[in-house]
Write a protein that binds this ligand. Structure first.
Ligand SMILES: Cc1ncc(COP(=O)(O)O)c(C=O)c1O
Length: 476
């Protein structure tokens, strides 16, 4: 345990401070001296340093960063673990670059984060999509099953990798991951897992088992999503006889900044230490607080609380209203949820330790006020959407990104876009899972969902003009 209490990056930065250093180097804020930021932010800047003597180098770690990454690998039981300073996004890019060359086939869960699709486009790989079934409990697209992967591999035996998202944004883990990994490994196909929402699974107990423990070859974690780490701070772990960690290191060197943030690295070191020292007593205390919170929520009439595989996630619904309606009222009371969708809002609970405080009681008072306000308004056209599984069970792009780039495009009303090919992706954000992918043929379900999302004032990224209800399609 002592090994995990130590935080070598933070210790080295503290030692460095003791020299009362005078900066004649980058960054230009000179240990914060020249910064005009508010003082609360400025106070951290003396730690925002660069690759000075004794402070190691993320891209060639041989000192305190190597030490910190080894402790990380020890905690997650990987062959090698990496600090990422550009989110799981860069981890997803690096893991795909490490296995794919242009034209290679990869099997991909269709409800993946946009960073996975960007990685596929950049590597020039040929994606075969698997659409998971609709998950009734959470009213979301769920996880894939081993049988679907088996069928996809039979159809594409030259597959170079299977890329999965586990758990989903909504905390659904399913129970097929072990079987899928076994199936893929029988054919020497590596399994790459975007486990952005599961960095805390290492705490064990009531949390789902990490895909890394189930045998996945590469696993990416947004430490910042569920551990107490700064935004963008993430991990990548390799444990594989099929993928050389050096390949991953090679791509991370190209894809990450040559000036990685020491604040982020300090935060990663701290998050690792936090996760490693999270005891079963801590978890018990967290679960008790959670249970009390859920009980109190359920006592507020008209709120429906849905629990999912990951106890850190909760869904709240109010019958007759969309998640967007509910989010709006909660925000007016100063309660900020992770996201809303047509059916519900998603809360991410804090990974509390035994003696941590979180304002659950104040939250309940505010949630109650928000619900009263919501119910004073007319029932909305809530959630008339039917189950949605993006595309066929197994599908691929109608036009590859390379071909798409050569085509002209035009804006057309959504209903006229059916059977046309999307010229770019359309992504409700958050969660960042594309509803339509560039190069994908648009079907009636896409059109229905896009129209409904617009009516509910959802936020989008990508090739959509919400006021005009138009999307960009290729002229084939
Ligand atoms: C499933 C999933 N993967 C990857 C990412 C990208 O993570 P990051 O924001 O750490 O780059 C996200 C972000 O929301 C995500 O939800």
């Amino acid at each position: 345990m002592k090994r995990h209490m130590d935080r070598p990056v933070i210790q080295a930065l503290d030692e460095f401070q003791k020299q009362q250093p005078i900066s004649f180097h980058v960054p230009g804020h000179k240990n914060g001296l020249l910064s005009t930021l508010p003082k609360e932010i400025r106070s951290a800047l003396s730690y925002d340093v660069t690759e000075l003597s004794g402070l190691d180098d993320l891209h060639e770690p041989a000192g305190m960063i190597q030490d910190a990454e080894r402790r990380l690998a020890d905690l997650y039981q990987s062959d090698r673990s990496f600090f990422l300073v550009n989110g799981s996004t860069v981890g997803n890019l690096a893991m795909l670059f490490a296995v794919c060359s242009p034209g290679d086939t990869v099997i991909v869960q269709r409800n993946a984060h946009k960073s996975i699709f960007h990685a596929i486009e950049l590597t020039g790989a040929r994606p075969v999509f698997i659409s998971p079934k609709w998950d009734e409990k959470t009213q979301t697209i769920g996880t894939v099953c081993a049988l679907q992967i088996k069928k996809a591999i039979e159809a594409a035996p030259d597959t170079k990798a299977v890329v999965l998202t586990y758990p989903t944004y909504y905390g659904v883990a399913g129970d097929e991951m072990a079987a899928i990994i076994e199936l893929c490994h029988e054919q020497s196909i590596p399994v790459l897992v975007d486990e952005a929402h599961g960095a805390h699974f290492v705490a064990g107990g009531s949390f789902p088992t990490s895909a890394l423990s189930l045998g996945a070859d590469v696993v990416v974690h947004s430490a910042h999503k569920t551990l107490p780490a700064m935004t963008m701070a993430s991990f990548l772990h390799v444990r594989s006889s099929l993928i050389d960690p050096q390949r991953i290191a090679h791509y991370l060197k190209m894809l990450q900044s040559s000036s990685p943030s020491y604040l982020l690295m300090a935060s990663l070191d701290d998050a690792r230490s936090y996760a490693a020292s999270y005891t079963s007593n801590d978890q018990e205390a967290f679960l008790q607080e959670r249970t009390a919170f859920i009980r109190s929520l359920r006592e507020l009439s008209s709120i429906n609380v849905v629990e999912v595989d990951d106890p850190l996630k909760l869904l709240l619904r109010v019958e007759g209203y969309t998640g967007f309606d509910l989010l709006d009222k909660l925000e007016a009371e100063g309660i900020f949820a992770e996201l809303a969708d047509p059916f519900q809002i998603l809360l991410i609970l804090p990974l509390l330790k035994k003696d941590n405080y979180f304002p659950f009681e104040e939250s309940l008072i505010r949630i109650k006020k928000a619900i009263i306000r919501l119910k004073s308004e007319a029932v909305s056209d809530a959630a008339k959407l039917s189950a949605f599984s993006i595309g066929e069970e197994i599908s691929t792009l109608a036009i590859s990104p390379t071909e798409l780039r050569k085509l002209e495009a035009e804006w057309v009303p959504i209903e006229s876009a059916i059977e046309r090919v999307a010229a770019g992706s359309i992504i409700p954000y958050p969660p960042g899972v594309p509803l339509v992918l560039g190069g994908e043929r648009i079907n009636e379900k896409h059109a229905e969902w896009l129209t409904q999302y617009i009516m509910m004032n959802a936020k989008f990224q990508g090739e959509i003009r919400t006021e005009q209800r138009k999307i960009l399609v290729a002229t084939e």
